[in-house]
Design a protein around this ligand. Structure first.
Ligand SMILES: Cc1ncc(COP(=O)(O)O)c(C=O)c1O
Length: 436
């Protein structure tokens, strides 16, 4: 395999394109560091100056089966010869129907009605509208540090960074409560933080803020994604499930980031033995094409024809890519391999933690692993600047990583990554973390 970095990035071509980007593209885009992509394959990315990068980000947890998998590429090419846009909201075609049939085969029994859209945010919007329609209730509950997208409904649920909400209000009626993060336990005790959060809902929110009979749904990420790759205690989802059942509230699992075997199971909520009422999928389920999926039971998805749809939802190219991805995910042992690689990655990061005092916490489920950086192990003050410097230096040495939360580095590589590539990435990180 060719060496990683040939020209110190950003090279000349990258700089030229970045200048044009700055002149014409909406300023709301983020540029974590000056990477200008040209092509990708497997677990590698190439920039326009010919540098190769090892990818620990999978295009924000999208390319679970690896970049440009030949079977996904040929499925899309083949489908494009026949029908790409099919106006599925008005006319039926087979690919979306087949895609829905295959998808429900991965899900717990009872989740058997599928609504297709074009992004994670749209899948969340659909879930919000469906929850209101089915329950006849108005309010929602979601979590601080949660991310559900940036359209109005999804943004109303999102409460991760002030910049994402500032100047966009007012929002839909959502009550936000703390996420049970064992490293920063709301209530102070990591062992009981899940029970503490549910008690806060019952004893404070339902008493002073909103009656449970007015709440349509609780939206939860089974593993917190953008907010910092936080794994809640195993009792959390079962407690939420019981609370929802008690009050006739729908439980919505936003698995846009945690789904499609990212955590070693098709749904992260399966680890907790919980069946949500509605599941939102996006990102990896489209194999790199824009795709959103909202799944519920026949009983819950009871809205009438014309009540919700979109021009491109059920797009044939996206469905063909998704079918190819699901074929790959169905390989025997796929989830177990993700679990084994995830444990290997987490173990390697814990070894880094022993050598670098800036590492406060390493946690994860499958290949959804977070490393939180702190200035001081006892105060846990977030090491924000240190994180930016580490990400930038890793990039300059050929390792692509993304941030999450205030001072977390997220590890969400393509799920096909092997131990040798993990070792290469860890070696680069080890070197760039010297001195922090
Ligand atoms: C959990 C979760 N939900 C929803 C979304 C929104 O997805 P999209 O950016 O495709 O609209 C994201 C995106 O990061 C996400 O992580």
């Amino acid at each position: 395999m060719e060496p990683l970095i040939r020209v110190e990035p950003p090279g000349e071509k990258a700089l030229g394109i970045l200048r044009r980007d700055a002149g014409v593209i909406s300023r709301s885009m983020m540029r974590e560091y000056p990477l200008v992509l040209q092509k990708a394959s497997g677990v590698n990315l190439w920039d326009v100056d010919g540098n190769r990068y090892l990818d620990f980000a999978a295009g924000i947890a999208v390319m679970n089966t690896g970049w440009n998998h030949p079977r996904v590429v040929s499925a899309v090419q083949e489908q494009a010869k026949y029908l790409s846009h099919g106006a599925f909201l008005d006319f039926c075609s087979e690919r979306p129907v087949q895609c829905a049939e295959e998808l429900v085969g991965f899900l717990p029994e009872g989740l058997d009605r599928v609504y297709f859209s074009n992004s994670g945010a749209e899948s969340v919007e659909a879930a919000m509208k469906l929850a209101r329609h089915h329950t006849g209730r108005n309010y929602f509950i979601s979590f601080h540090r949660g991310f559900h997208g940036r359209t109005y409904g999804a943004l109303s649920l999102t409460a991760g960074k002030v910049i994402q909400r500032r100047s966009f209000g007012p929002f839909l009626p959502v009550v936000h409560v703390p996420y049970p993060d064992p490293y920063h336990p709301p209530g102070g005790d990591p062992g009981t933080c899940d029970a503490d959060v549910v008690a806060y809902l019952e004893e404070t929110v339902f008493r002073f803020e909103v009656a449970p009979e007015e709440v349509a749904a609780i939206f939860v990420e089974p593993v917190l994604g953008e907010g910092g790759y936080v794994v809640p205690p195993p009792g959390f989802l079962p407690r939420l499930r019981r609370l929802c059942d008690e009050h006739g509230i729908l439980l919505v699992a936003d698995e846009v980031q945690s789904g499609c075997f990212r955590t070693g199971r098709f749904l992260a909520s399966t680890h907790a033995g919980v069946v949500p009422d509605i599941v939102c999928l996006g990102k990896a389920i489209g194999g790199g094409l824009p795709f959103g999926v909202t799944v519920a039971s026949d009983e819950v998805m009871d809205w009438p024809p014309g009540s919700h749809a979109s021009t491109f939802g059920g797009n044939n190219l996206a469905c063909a890519a998704s079918l190819a991805v699901m074929d790959l995910l169905r390989d025997e042992g796929f989830g177990d391999r993700v679990t084994a690689r995830g444990e290997y990655l987490a173990k390697s990061l814990r070894e880094l933690q022993e050598r670098h005092t800036v590492v406060g916490d390493v946690r994860g489920l499958g290949l959804m692993v977070g490393m939180e950086l702190v200035r001081d192990q006892s105060t846990k003050e977030p090491a924000r600047d240190e994180r930016e410097t580490i990400l930038r230096h890793a990039f300059e040495r050929g390792l692509v990583l993304l941030p999450a939360g205030e001072s977390v580095i997220r590890f969400s590589p393509p799920l096909i990554m092997d131990e040798e590539d993990i070792d290469t990435g860890i070696d680069i990180l080890d070197r760039v973390m010297e001195g922090f």
